[in-house]
Design a protein around this ligand. Structure first.
Ligand SMILES: Cc1cc2nc3c(=O)[nH]c(=O)nc-3n(C[C@H](O)[C@H](O)[C@H](O)COP(=O)(O)O)c2cc1C
Ligand code: SF4
Length: 384
């Protein structure tokens, strides 16, 4: 499958969440987990971890308390899909949380909401109240509360998110242990992205076999893409996974696309010459931000902008990331200003690779994705 296929599962309003939950709860926890594993659904927050497996590990932990956290921090530049879900189909998210709670044995759930989305709180609380009534009727003891983020990109990383919920500085923890083992308040915790939770409801509603029909062998299902940049069709689009970048550009480009950033700043920049061979979601990323750049854009400005963001958002806990982000930024500025020779870029590429292998969390580890793909493919723009 490399063609582009538009779908409408995520925002469809013909899903009666209460009924889907009622039917699902007739199954045992093991059956629900097995169906999720068989469906091939992977997390939509960026790391792409299999959802069924995450829930299974959390369910197996012995603990008096467990938690479900919906990660709605959505700080990746160019991503605005989770907000759209929370506005249009919030009940599906809550239902996915309730399903997870039943499977792992949690009584309390939290939505960790990006601080800029504070204007959604009143409407969300109304839906949560309604949902609590639905759960009462279904005989489910599960409560959901909103926890407001404070505007730091790093707090989207699941362990930094948990630290911040515990009232500490938002800094990633060492892993292992993973949150499913030791998470919020030291208890087993499932952290899932907003869209992932809706994915679990889609599997429950349409069934494993129908879900497996969608996407490719490695990437099942549909996915929301936040499309921005030089596109006449900016916005959130649900697509079947497995299309080539060239088909994506045909649909969303402006006829002059020279590069597409897939997976946000943590992802890769695909140049025109690789559009055909690059399949979105295959070996690259499950993040939803896709930014299109046409020939009027300076890729030096693009990578400068990303590095500026990284240098600002690095939590500073580990040296490779704290110092590396700043040195990459200063480095490309020096080459551009002819204070350093072009070959200095090779040293910067090595530094980015060092950051990949030695940084503590996904922020520092992923800088190399966009840095290397932009510097290697648009080297001439880094110099003149
Ligand atoms: C710097 C950084 C920021 C992140 N921001 C988010 C975010 O805003 N939302 C999200 O769902 N996951 C984010 N993640 C990924 C989470 O750590 C985690 O993998 C995800 O919430 C797990 O959910 P999933 O399995 O449903 O994808 C981020 C990771 C890193 C390293
Ligand atoms: S990689 Fe960066 S963001 Fe992550 S812990 Fe290290 S300094 Fe903090």
């Amino acid at each position: 499958m490399s063609k582009l296929n538009k779908l409408g599962y995520i925002f469809s309003t013909n899903c009666n969440c209460k009924n889907v939950l009622k039917e699902t709860f007739k199954k045992s926890n093991d059956e629900i987990v097995q169906e999720l594993i068989d469906s091939g659904l992977k997390g939509r927050g960026g790391a792409g971890f299999p959802v069924g497996l995450k829930w299974k590990i959390a369910a197996e932990q012995q603990s008096d308390e467990k938690y479900v956290i919906c990660n709605a921090d959505e700080g990746e530049p160019g991503t605005f899909k989770d907000k759209e879900i929370l506005v249009k189909v919030p009940k599906k998210v809550l239902a996915g949380m309730a399903m997870c709670a039943r499977v792992i044995g949690a009584k309390q759930g939290y939505i960790y909401l990006r601080s800029e989305y504070i204007y959604l709180v009143n409407d969300l609380n109304t839906v949560i109240d309604e949902f609590h009534n639905d759960l009462k009727e279904l005989g489910i003891d599960f409560n959901i509360k909103i926890f407001m983020g404070s505007g730091a990109y790093i707090c989207g990383e699941e362990t930094a998110l948990i630290e911040s919920m515990e009232g500490k500085r938002g800094e990633p923890r060492n892993k292992p242990p993973f949150p499913v083992q030791i998470g919020y308040l030291g208890k087993p915790t499932v952290v899932n992205n907003v869209e992932t939770l809706v994915g679990t409801m889609i599997v429950a509603r349409i069934g494993v076999e129908a879900y497996k029909e969608l996407g490719t062998k490695d990437q099942r299902g549909s996915k929301l893409f936040s499309v921005s940049g030089d596109s006449p069709k900016e916005g959130v689009h649900e697509l079947e996974l497995g299309m080539s970048v060239s088909n994506f550009v045909l649909e969303y480009g402006d006829g002059d696309t020279k590069a597409v950033q897939i997976g946000g700043v943590a992802g890769f920049c695909v140049p025109r010459k690789r559009f055909k061979e690059t399949i979105i979601g295959e070996g690259n990323t499950t993040g939803g931000s896709t930014m299109l750049f046409n020939s009027t854009r300076s890729m030096y400005n693009v990578i400068h902008n990303y590095l500026d963001f990284y240098a600002e958002e690095s939590c500073g806990q580990c040296t490779p990331c704290r110092v590396g982000c700043q040195q990459l930024l200063k480095g490309i500025e020096a080459v551009k200003a002819k204070k350093k020779p072009e070959k200095y870029l090779n040293q910067l590429l090595k530094l980015a690779e060092t950051m990949r292998v030695s940084s503590k969390c996904g922020l520092g580890q992923s800088v190399t994705n966009s840095f290397t793909s932009i510097v290697n493919n648009f080297r001439e723009e880094m110099i003149y």
